[in-house]
Design a protein. Sequence first.
Length: 160
Amino acid sequence: MHLSNVAQHHDLPIPLGLIGQQPTSGKTSMGTDNNNTSRNNKILKILVADDSKTERMRLKQVLEGVGYEITTAASGSEALTLISSNAPDLVLLDIIMEDGDGYQTCRALKRNPETNPIPVIMISSKSNDVDRKWAMKLGALDYIVKPYSDTTLLQRLSDI
């Protein structure tokens, strides 16, 4: 199914970089079939780091539904390991996680010259302005407060 059909079926906006593009077929570097496309004909890979399995699976389903390739991590430490072996184009980070919270992970990514260019969006139930400002100071590009709608998430991604 074309990405615009998937998005319309779910009543979701299409990330701007995907509008008018046809899905591609082929093999990913891990040998699995894909049907993803993105800006500049490069697969847009997103790493989702959240300690909630439910939240990881929800994000994975929504984002894959519009054509992103998703990798998930249950902690900040796992996210850093996955990023070093297979750099994503974007990282979505929860703040409160065991074994490396989102702040520590964002700080580590932004201090490393190899991972510094990767945009980070924090997604957290922490709605305090101090948390938002701290995330931005550490280098996060955006901050989304849980609960959020799928439409809000996809719109924020399309603004990048």
